[in-house]
Design a protein around this ligand. Structure first.
Ligand code: SF4
Length: 507
C-alpha cells in the first residue's frame, strides 16, 4: 500500500486495507477468472476502492487487469469473458490516501513485475514500516522505482534476490528476512505457480482450500475462509505464521517451510470487527468469538444485578458491527435481543462525510430507531469499538431523542483503544482517539468522562483478559498494540520514537 496510515479526520472506525485471493486449476482448458471474481466479492469488506486480477494465459504470459471500483463493476461479465487462464490471483484495495498520484494504476494491485530476468505478479495485504530504508538500499543498488509503495519494495526485493536462482521458496525465505512488517502475500509466477506467504508474527489472516470435482482439481488461497466458501471450496487450514506455501496446478498444495518465532501477533481486531462473521481465522470462528465477547461483557455487567433496569431492558446492537456481540450478551443476560435500530442499506460510507453537521445528518439518514420497541425502555446498546466517539454520541442521542429511550447503557466488545495501528490498519492518530485523549486529560476517571461525553447512562468496556479469553488465544499469540501501546515490530518502535520526539518539540 502507499505509505500513509490514515486518510483524514472523517471516519469513526478503523479500516482494513486489503484482501487477496488466488486460484490454481489442473485443467488448462478451464478459466479461473469467474472464481477469482467470486472470491473477491466475498472479500469486498476488506477493500472497496479498487480491484484487480492477474492470470496466467496460455503460453506463459501473465495478464493483469485492475481498475478503481467495486469488484462487480471492475470485473463485469464483459471483462470476465475476455480474461482466460487456469491460474490467477486477485486483490481488493482500500485507499489510504487521497493524493492524486495514488490513483494511477501503478498503485493498484496485483503489482505486475517484469524485467529481463523475471516476471511475476504480486498481491499484498499489510504494511512494511521499514520500507523506506529498504527502498533506499535497493535504489543504491541501481533499482528504479515507479511507485512509492511497500508493495513495489517487496517486488523489487524479490527481483533482486532472484538473480541467479529460480528457487522460489528460498527467494521468499530471504525476502522475509528483510521485511519487518505485517503481511500476507500471494505471488503468481510465470511458470504458473502460486506462492503464499504470511509474516512470521501472523498479523494478517490467510488460509487455503481446495475443490476436487472429478473433472478437475482446484486449489485456493484467501485472506479469509469466506472467500473459499464463496467458490464452494473445502477449507483446508490457515497458512501458519511464517509459512511459505506452494500452490501448483500440477502438484497440489504443499508447505515449503515455516519461519518460526516463539510468539505470534495475530490482529485481535480481525475478530472484533474486520473479518466477516462467517470466517474462521487461525482456528477460531469469528462469529463465535464475537458471541463470547458479548457473553463476557454480560458476566461482568453490574447493571444486570439491578432489577429496576433488567425488568425494563432490551439488548440492541448497533448494526451491523454489534450484532453477534449483542446475541452473546442477550443470551448470557437472559434479556430480549431486539434490532431496535434500522439501518438504511442504501447509504454508503456514512462515516466518511466531513464536518460535524454533515456527519450528524448522515447518521440520521443511515440509522433510524424503531420507536415502538425503544420508547420508555432501558437500552443495552452493543457495539464493537469506540474510536473517536463522535458517531456513538450521535447514536445515543438518536435513541433518546427520536426513539424515546429511557436510558442507554453502552457496552463495547473491544477494550479502550489508546494507540494507533502501524501494522496496516487505517487508524486515526493518537490525538483523535477518544480513550487516549481522555486518559491524558482525566487520568483514571477517563472512562466516566467518555461516558459523559457520549451521553450514555452507563458505559462498560471489555477487559483485555476477557478479550483474549473470548478469542481463545493468549497474550503471546495476539497483537494488542492498539490497546497497550506496546508494538511487536522493531521498525514501528523506531517510527514511534521519531513521532514522539516531533510531538515533544512542538510542545
Ligand atoms: S495494533 Fe490493533 S489493529 Fe493494529 S494489528 Fe495490532 S491489534 Fe490489529
Amino acid at each position: 500500500m502507499p505509505r500513509k496510515f490514515y486518510d483524514g479526520p472523517q471516519r469513526d472506525k478503523p479500516r482494513e486495507n486489503c484482501a487477496i485471493f488466488g486460484v490454481a486449476c489442473d485443467d488448462i482448458g478451464y478459466s479461473v477468472s469467474k472464481l477469482l471474481y467470486s472470491g473477491l466479492i466475498a472479500l469486498q469488506h476488506r477493500g472497496q476502492e479498487a480491484t484487480g486480477i492477474s492470470l496466467l494465459e496460455t503460453g506463459g504470459n501473465i495478464y493483469t487487469y485492475k481498475r478503481k471500483g467495486l469488484v462487480s463493476k471492475v470485473l463485469n461479465n464483459r471483462v470476465l469473458s475476455k480474461l482466460w487462464g487456469n491460474v490467477g490471483i486477485g486483490h481488493n484495495r482500500y485507499a489510504t490516501t487521497g493524493a492524486k498520484e495514488y490513483s494511477s494504476s501503478y498503485y493498484l494491485q496485483p503489482f505486475h513485475f517484469k524485467n529481463n530476468e523475471i516476471e511475476f505478479s504480486l498481491a499484498f495485504n499489510g504494511t512494511i514500516p521499514n520500507y523506506a530504508e529498504l527502498m533506499k538500499k535497493l535504489e543504491d543498488m541501481g533499482r528504479v522505482f515507479v511507485t512509492n509503495t511497500d508493495t513495489e519494495v517487496i517486488a523489487q526485493l524479490i527481483a533482486s534476490l532472484s538473480i541467479g536462482t529460480e528457487d522460489w521458496p528460498e527467494i521468499l525465505r530471504l525476502t522475509s528476512k528483510f521485511l519487518d512488517g505485517s503481511y500476507a502475500i500471494i505471488i503468481l509466477t510465470s511458470e504458473g505457480d502460486i506462492y503464499a506467504m504470511r509474516d512470521p508474527l501472523g498479523f494478517k489472516p490467510l488460509c487455503i482450500g481446495e475443490l476436487k470435482t472429478g473433472k478437475r482439481n482446484l486449489y485456493f488461497v484467501s485472506s479469509e475462509s469466506c472467500g473459499i466458501d464463496a467458490v464452494d471450496g473445502k477449507f483446508l487450514r490457515d497458512v501458519k505464521p511464517g509459512e511459505i506455501i506452494h500452490i501448483s496446478h500440477q502438484k497440489d498444495i504443499h508447505s515449503e517451510m515455516v519461519l518460526r518465532t516463539n510468539k505470534t501477533a495475530i490482529c485481535q481486531f480481525e475478530y472484533i470487527y474486520f473479518a466477516r462473521p462467517d470466517s474462521i481465522i487461525d482456528g477460531v470462528s469469528v462469529v463465535e468469538a464475537r458471541m463470547r465477547l458479548g457473553m463476557y461483557l454480560a458476566k461482568k455487567d453490574p447493571i444486570l444485578k439491578n432489577s429496576e433496569i433488567t425488568d425494563n431492558a432490551i439488548v440492541v446492537p448497533v448494526p451491523d458491527s454489534g450484532r453477534s456481540v449483542a446475541v452473546g450478551y442477550a443470551k448470557e443476560a437472559k434479556l430480549p435481543y431486539i434490532e431496535g435500530l434500522m439501518k438504511n442499506r442504501y447509504i454508503w460510507r456514512t462515516f466518511i462525510m466531513p464536518g460535524q453537521n454533515r456527519r450528524k445528518a448522515a447518521v440520521k439518514e443511515k440509522l433510524n430507531p424503531i420507536k415502538s420497541v425503544i420508547e420508555g425502555k432501558d437500552i443495552i446498546l452493543l457495539d464493537d469499538s469506540i474510536v473517536r466517539g463522535t458517531t456513538m454520541r450521535q447514536i445515543v442521542q438518536l435513541l433518546k431523542e427520536r426513539g424515546g429511550a429511557k436510558r442507554v447503557h453502552l457496552r463495547i466488545s473491544c477494550p479502550p483503544i489508546i494507540s494507533p495501528c502501524y501494522m496496516g490498519i487505517d487508524f486515526p492518530t493518537k490525538s483523535e482517539l477518544i480513550a487516549a485523549k481522555f486518559y491524558n486529560k482525566y487520568g483514571d476517571s477517563y472512562i466516566e468522562e467518555i461516558r459523559k461525553h457520549i451521553g450514555a447512562d452507563s458505559l462498560l468496556y471489555q477487559t483485555k483478559e476477557d478479550l483474549s479469553r473470548a478469542i481463545t488465544k493468549s497474550e503471546n499469540e495476539l497483537c494488542r498494540a492498539c490497546l497497550t501501546g506496546i508494538y511487536p515490530l522493531k521498525s514501528v518502535e523506531k517510527i514511534r520514537e521519531i513521532e514522539d520526539s516531533i510531538a515533544k518539540s512542538r510542545t
